[in-house]
Design a protein around this ligand. Structure first.
Ligand code: KIV
Ligand code: ZN
Length: 501
């Protein structure tokens, strides 16, 4: 069985998605989740892009062990040196050098001829090799590059020391038959190709990123670059969960390959990335969407009851989707909660478990049935890497069709109790304005979304919002059975993030 190396770029290409802005602490949290998912290579960022980005890659390189940690660099000295600096603490560092090779990019973006590009690519790889034994090279826009030139570039960078050559479909333009042909052609026309791993990196502009990646795997690619939930530039990148589960589910078609991924952790990783980036997962999203394992029509439900395989090609539990099962209630103790948390893949310290347990008890008083998603949401809400400078003590609202909505909020800041009052367009707006009065921080609410985490009238409502203050934009979430409380918690979480990052 040959291994397909899974190269995750959620923290680099994924984070380039418009609107995504992760703090260093959040990136570190995601990197640890990727590591326990079994990702082989974690592309942690683009170190030269800012000092904060460099430091965030360095943190990941320092604390995520047992995985290859990769940093992106253009084929220029400053980028390569920044990547090398960021990756210094890593046991297994990789520098990923890229340079565009298509006519369009060379002519309009780089304003350089083929000879010059070839020289820079080789020099870039050589320079990276001086810092690191593991170097990957990407001829950006490879799928639109003249084939003969692409072969020459690939051969030359391998000679210069690249051990992985990535063939990006940068603008999501190719289609499976064409891309498969390109991978075959590279194998047939690049004499030293057996000295390197062929990698693929597909964007989803035409909805073909996963199909293209899989076609490449069938034709010899042995590394796939992808992101959790398929997030990324424009329409995103190939989705990690879809790549992995295609290979697992269609053993008949992929009998010679497999990945190291622990698929049971997929759902948890998906939720974490969605929560921290603020990008909701579409309900019909393959593998991780809320409806991916729901059967609505009577005929389907009947089939499922008789034999699950009639309408289910993946068992939800195989991707860690425990979905709608009722697991705990008011009578469940700390021990049962702790067991369930372990089954869901959370490793909490005693004090973290205490915090989650007291929120769980409060929730169980309000809500008869507690679902796995309720518990996940509580953990995500309670165990944060952000310092809780501002804490919610209490709030009350007055609202109705004939009164001006008003709110009274009480916050705690460094042991000081601080109350505030305001009116607003609605009870949520009144609460936010009251919080602004208390904190004195000028905030701009840029996005606000609310969704039910679980089913039933007593479902947890989760609020995701984006807040701008002190020149920073952050996303944050809050959850409760009361949507005003979810909103207040999300707003306070966002403020704490702004104060911490
Ligand atoms: O899409 C792309 O070409 C990239 C490269 C940097 C690999 O993200
Ligand atoms: Zn990309």
């Amino acid at each position: 069985m040959e291994k397909i190396i899974i190269f995750d770029t959620t923290l680099r290409d994924g984070e380039q998605a418009p609107g995504a802005s992760l703090s260093s602490a959040e990136k570190l949290e995601i990197a640890h989740a990727l590591s326990s998912l079994g990702i082989d290579v974690i592309e942690a960022g683009f170190p030269v892009s800012s000092p904060g980005e460099l430091e965030s890659v360095r943190q990941i390189a320092k604390s995520v062990k047992g995985r290859i940690i990769c940093g992106l660099a253009r084929a220029v000295k400053a980028d390569i040196e920044a990547a090398a600096r960021a990756l210094k603490p890593a046991k297994h560092p990789r520098i990923h050098v890229f340079l565009a090779t298509s006519k369009i990019h060379m002519q309009y973006k780089l304003k350089k001829a083929e000879d010059e590009i070839l020289r820079l690519a080789v020099e870039g790889v050589r320079m990276a090799r001086q810092h690191c034994a593991d170097v990957e090279f990407s001829p950006e826009d490879a799928s639109r590059t003249e084939r003969e030139f692409l072969f020459k570039v690939v051969e030359s960078v391998i000679k210069a020391g690249a051990s992985t050559v990535n063939i990006p479909d940068t603008v999501g333009y190719t289609e499976p038959g064409e891309y498969a042909g390109l991978i075959r052609a590279i194998k047939e026309n690049v004499p030293n190709i057996n000295k390197a791993v062929i990698s693929v990196h597909c964007h989803n502009d035409l909805g073909l990123a996963v199909a293209n990646s899989l076609a490449a795997v069938k034709n010899g690619a042995r590394q796939v670059e992808c992101t959790v939930n398929g997030i990324g530039e424009r329409a995103g990148n190939a989705s990690l969960e879809e790549i992995v589960m295609n290979i697992r589910t269609r053993r008949d078609l992929f009998s010679e390959v497999d990945t190291n991924i622990d698929a049971k952790q997929i759902y948890k990783a998906s939720r974490l990335v969605s929560k921290l980036t603020g990008f909701a997962v579409a309900p019909n999203k393959a593998i991780v969407g809320a409806n991916a394992f729901r059967h609505e029509s009577g005929i389907h439900q009947d089939g499922i009851l008789k034999e699950r395989s009639t309408y289910e090609i993946i068992r939800p539990e195989d991707v860690g989707f425990t979905g709608t099962g009722i697991v705990l209630g008011r009578h469940s103790g700390r021990h049962a909660l702790s067991d369930r948390l372990k089954e869901l893949g959370f490793k909490l310290s005693d004090s973290e478990l205490d915090k989650v347990n007291s929120r769980f008890k409060a929730l169980a008083d309000k809500k008869k049935h507690i679902f796995d998603d309720d518990i996940i949401s509580l953990v995500e809400d309670e165990i944060k890497l952000v310092k809780p400078l501002w804490k919610l003590v209490d709030f009350s609202i007055h609202s109705g069709t004939s009164v001006m909505p008003s709110a009274e909020v009480v916050l705690k800041y460094k042991n000081k109790i601080m109350p505030g009052k305001s009116t607003g367009d609605g009870p949520v707006d009144a609460c936010f304005k009251a919080i602004d009065k208390i904190t004195g921080v000028k905030c701009e609410l840029q996005d606000y979304r609310i969704e039910a985490v679980t089913k039933g009238k007593d479902a947890l409502g989760e609020v995701a919002l984006k807040l701008k203050a002190k020149g920073k934009v952050v996303t944050a979430r809050g959850s409760s059975t009361d949507v005003v409380e979810s909103s207040v918690r999300a707003y306070i979480n966002a403020l704490n993030k702004i104060e911490t990052i």
